[in-house]
Design a protein around this ligand. Structure first.
Ligand code: TRP
Length: 340
């Protein structure tokens, strides 16, 4: 693949139950980005090992996730679509970069702090993978000489860490082994919040499923979840965007804006004078239409496992080819094979 387009890397963990937050924050942009970038779209199964539970079927989840990638318009002829564990270079570089990352840098990561809290666990019992998670992310990104990583605002800190590690390695070996990546952040839709607690990010691992819309939710339950969702308790029942004063309404506005491809300002004008209940009906209709279409396409891809396997197989070959070049540069800086 010889091209002068900048390189873009993105990934999602294959936990099967992808949320509308994942879609809006990340996957929604993937099909368009393919036109302007050389894209690497990865299924981060090594990352999901950090939170695996017993009843977890990784193979099924990988095929589910891949089907969603395709249903969202990822085109394997244009982009490299692959599974992280199929490309051993990721874990190889991961170990090396561990040795160029400081304990304190990882300890500062807000996502780690949050996961620690939600697990109600003693720190002694937390698996090291969870702590190490951002270094594997850095390896993912740096292996492909990535220029841009489309991320939600909550992942910005991880990109910052990746840049620090890359700069540190480059300057230690006075080289340009790694391209320094930049985050690509959208103004709206970076962070979709929970439906009942709009001050907290929508998360697929939320215990309360009424907080979350999953891409595979059936339509009747989506309608119910939107109906129950929190609107704001201020006196004026106006529909307008203000994350601080009206977190619930603003969140629904962001969802509506993303799936209808309409600007939030335009929507707020259109919705002037409308009551909350009516607004919720509009949002729920829009989500239903959107999910129906997406689920149809998903099911079509999901049915054809041999096609999915072929995509993953070919993707892994392309990803190995590209990542091996970077790994070899690193290995040669470290004099790994110098005894021969
Ligand atoms: N951590 C991301 C998530 O939970 C997935 C991911 C893994 C990723 N490696 C990455 C995202 C590299 C961006 C870049 O969804």
């Amino acid at each position: 693949m010889i091209s002068s387009k900048p390189i873009l890397f993105s990934a999602i963990q294959p936990t099967g139950n992808i949320t509308i937050g994942n879609y809006i924050g990340t996957m929604r942009h993937w099909s368009i980005l393919q036109n302007n970038y050389d894209c690497f779209y990865c299924i981060a199964d090594l990352h999901s090992l950090t939170t695996l539970e017993n009843n977890f079927f990784l193979k099924k989840s990988i095929l589910d996730t891949l089907s969603f990638y395709l249903a969202c318009g990822v085109n394997p002829e244009k982009s490299v679509v692959f599974v992280q564990s199929h490309v051993y270079q990721h874990s190889q570089l991961n170990w090396i970069l561990n040795c160029y990352t400081q304990f304190s840098e990882l300890f500062r990561m807000t996502q780690f702090k949050k996961k620690r809290k939600t697990k109600h666990d003693h720190i002694e019992k937390i698996n090291v993978g969870l702590f190490n998670y951002p270094v594997l992310m850095a390896s993912d990104i740096l292996l492909y000489q990535t220029n841009f990583v489309p991320v939600g605002s909550d992942q910005k800190q991880h990109i910052e860490l990746t840049r620090n590690i890359a700069n540190r390695f480059n300057s230690l070996y006075s080289s340009d082994v790694f391209t320094i990546p930049k985050p690509l952040i959208n103004q709206y839709g970076c962070k979709i919040m929970s439906l009942l607690e709009p001050n907290k990010k929508m998360s697929k691992s939320d215990i309360n499923k009424n907080n979350v819309i999953f891409l595979l939710d059936d339509i009747s339950s989506v309608n119910l979840k939107i109906k129950q969702s929190i609107t704001d308790s201020d006196k004026s029942c106006k529909i307008y965007y203000d994350r601080k004063k009206k977190p619930g309404i603003s969140n629904l506005l962001e969802i509506l804006s993303a799936i209808s491809n309409k600007d939030i300002d335009v929507l707020s004008r259109e919705l002037e004078g409308i009551m909350y209940a009516e607004f919720k009906n509009i949002v729920s209709d829009a989500i239903s239409k959107f999910l129906c279409k997406l689920q149809k396409s998903y099911i079509n891809y999901r049915r054809d496992e041999s096609f999915l396997k072929k995509i993953a197989y070919e993707g892994a070959i392309k990803a190995r080819l590209k990542s091996e070049k970077t790994l070899q540069k690193v290995q040669s800086k470290l004099d790994f094979f110098s005894i021969f």
